[in-house]
Ligand binder design. Structure first.
Ligand SMILES: [Zn+2]
Length: 621
């Protein structure tokens, strides 16, 4: 079957009835904790699960995953990332909603009911399909073309087994300008997708489309979910340039965020809590073939903070393997920077000059011993400083080098490191400079960068500006009442329906609280209820963010009172009091606005009357 022509669901705001049913069916079957755990380790902490948030640079586990009473959602208390299983797949695996739905449906073995529609095809999902389609063709060409024969013999000569070739889906692009293009004739939209995905190129002058990869061994680069997002292509003939050609950056493929072999290595990295980062595709494949499976590679770039982020979430130790030449040492320096503030141990392994991991793993023991000799990144940095200092013969030259080294440490954020790492650094510097540790500490403190103060100011300005009529106390009262309803809709619904509720959606002054109330109150009063994942699907991002935070507030209040009913009564009465106070404040404000003194007295008397009436009405209810 031609997978490229697959069909996409209509999603977004035009959800049909059957789409809705599909969404519910899939959501019911997906185990959110199991899903997220595949990408980020989660630990159970009382009723919830906690882990490092993948959506910001998280150092303490800020993400909570709730599965209590079918609520099933995640929430990061640091960056606010919130969602259900679909949102997680969309945001973490960079899929659109339709792709996420299908991805999860496949995962739990549900066949979608919704009538397939050609509408709503997202460009990203068709690009993904185009890449998988091309990858399949390249793989087939390995056994059906003369270029394939050549490629196979080169791969075998490098020591790659047929199993490895299959495991890494290696293929070949035949020596033709139109190998892919020919198959797309007469379908302009597919040609367009091929161009977007970087499979095809266009000669604007001649208005001719042709294949981007020709006469090359093709190494598919996969995303975390295992679908092809790019290719690394190695020349078949030594006279062709360049030696390696990568797919261009596309909507699917960002070099600085992608690690080659990640989808194959992830579970081993997670299991051993250790990742080895090498420099080339073939190094990764050679290592996997030798049984060392926690190995990934960057794609012709040095390591980026995004890479470091990705790895620091699933393991505690990263081994960076570099060639022994100067370029390798420079790369090591840059890589250390990326990991400087991550709560992760980074070790540097510099290979003997002229050797690469692919050579070394032929003898697994020699590669392993090389890895065992790796040095801690900070030690490596100090060793490098020591060796540059030893080459410097003047005192001023030496102090200049030390000076810039200290500046660099401050720039990298030495003051934010854990105390044990800081102590290690202070000690090393003290030894190098032959001065007491306290002096080192003072010296580094005096170099503090100016940016920390700016950050504080940013935080203050980030605070939500409240409408003038809404006091902080009223906002808290509104939200705490909602918090109980969100935390336990079942109990709350029963309780609300028994009482004569004077609170309506109009009682909420806080616009977000009002939106949430507008969604949940009618449901609770009708006894139809709702779940947090439904709310996440239906409300806008800001409201869903507040709602999920309030869930935890509700949990805390209910725990304090040890009863949902009592907590609801307390927060409701606080809310009613706040409404009353506001009414009084409004009356008083009205009195202030009256200029004539006689009228003012009259207005005050009226106000007191009206407040009394309200109070007695409340006491009666
Ligand atoms: Zn976060």
């Amino acid at each position: 079957m031609d997978a490229y022509r697959g069909i996409e669901m209509t999603v977004g705001n035009q959800l049909g009835m059957s789409d809705r049913t599909d969404i519910e069916r899939v959501r019911e079957q997906v185990d959110l904790v199991a899903l997220i755990s595949e990408y980020i380790p989660l630990k159970q902490s009382s009723r919830e699960w906690v882990g490092l948030c993948p959506f910001h640079d998280d150092h303490k586990p800020s993400m909570r995953v709730v599965t209590h009473k079918d609520q099933d959602f995640y929430k990061c208390f640091s960056c606010g990332a919130t969602g259900d299983c679909f949102k997680f797949v969309q945001n973490y695996l960079q899929k659109d909603f339709g792709e996420a739905l299908r991805f999860l449906a496949d995962r739990v073995g549900i066949e979608l009911l919704a009538a397939p529609s050609e509408e709503g095809i997202s460009s990203r999902s068709s690009m993904r399909r185009a890449m998988d389609w091309a990858s399949k063709l390249y793989q087939d060409a390995l056994s059906t073309t003369s270029e394939g024969e050549n490629a196979l013999s080169q791969l075998h000569n490098r020591g790659f087994t047929d199993d490895s070739i299959t495991q890494f889906s290696i293929g070949v692009a035949p020596d033709s300008w139109t190998f892919l293009t020919d198959k797309l004739q007469g379908t302009p939209e597919r040609i367009e997708t091929g161009l977007d995905a970087g499979l095809l190129k266009k000669n604007e002058e001649k208005n001719r489309v042709y294949d981007a990869f020709r006469n090359r061994i093709m190494f598919p680069i996969l995303d975390e979910a295992g679908s092809t997002i790019a290719f690394g292509a190695r020349r078949l003939h030594e006279e062709d340039e360049p030696k390696y050609l990568n797919s261009p950056e596309t909507a699917l493929f960002h070099k600085s965020k992608t690690l080659y072999g990640y989808s194959q290595a992830r579970s081993a990295i997670q299991k051993e809590s250790k990742a080895i980062v090498v420099e080339g595709y073939t190094d990764v494949i050679a290592c996997h073939q030798a049984g060392i499976t926690n190995v990934v590679a960057t794609l012709g770039t040095s390591l980026t903070p995004d890479h470091a982020d990705k790895l620091s979430r699933i393991c505690n130790e990263v081994y960076l393997v570099f060639d022994g030449d100067t370029a390798g040492q420079y790369a090591a320096d840059r890589a250390i920077e990326c990991f400087f503030l991550k709560n992760i141990d980074v070790l540097i392994c510099v290979l003997p000059e002229g050797q690469d991991p692919a050579d070394l793993v032929v003898d697994k023991a020699s590669f392993t011993s090389c890895i065992e000799r790796a040095v801690d990144a900070l030690t490596y940095k100090f060793n490098r400083l020591e060796s540059t200092l030893s080459q410097e013969h003047t005192t001023s030259g030496k102090s200049q080098k030390i000076d810039s080294f200290l500046d660099e440490l401050v720039r990298l954020g030495v003051q934010h490191l854990s105390s044990s790492r800081k102590t290690f650094i202070y000690e090393q510097i003290a030894i190098l400079l032959r001065i007491p540790m306290e002096d080192v500490q003072k010296e580094l403190k005096s170099r503090r960068p100016a940016s920390s103060r700016d950050k504080k100011q940013e935080k203050v300005s980030e605070r939500v500006q409240l409408p003038k009529t809404l006091s902080r106390a009223r906002q808290i009262a509104e939200r705490e009442f909602l918090a109980i309803l969100l935390f336990d809709p079942t109990e709350s619904s029963a309780c609300l329906r028994e009482s004569e509720l004077t609170i309506t959606v109009d009682s909420f002054l806080d616009p977000i609280a009002s939106k949430i109330a507008g969604y949940i109150l009618p449901k609770l009063l009708a006894g139809t209820l709702f779940t947090m994942p439904e709310l996440i699907t239906d409300l806008d991002e800001e409201s869903e963010n507040v709602a999920t935070t309030l869930y935890f507030v509700g949990q805390r209040i209910c725990n304090t009172y040890e009863s949902v009913v009592y907590a609801l009564r307390m927060t409701m009465s606080a809310f009613l009091q706040s409404i009353e106070k506001q009414a009084i404040a409004d009356e008083v404000k009205g009195i202030h606005e009256v200029k004539d003194s006689e009228e003012k007295t009259q207005a005050a008397q009226q106000a007191i009357e009206s407040i009394r009436r309200q109070q007695s009405a409340r006491n009666a209810s």
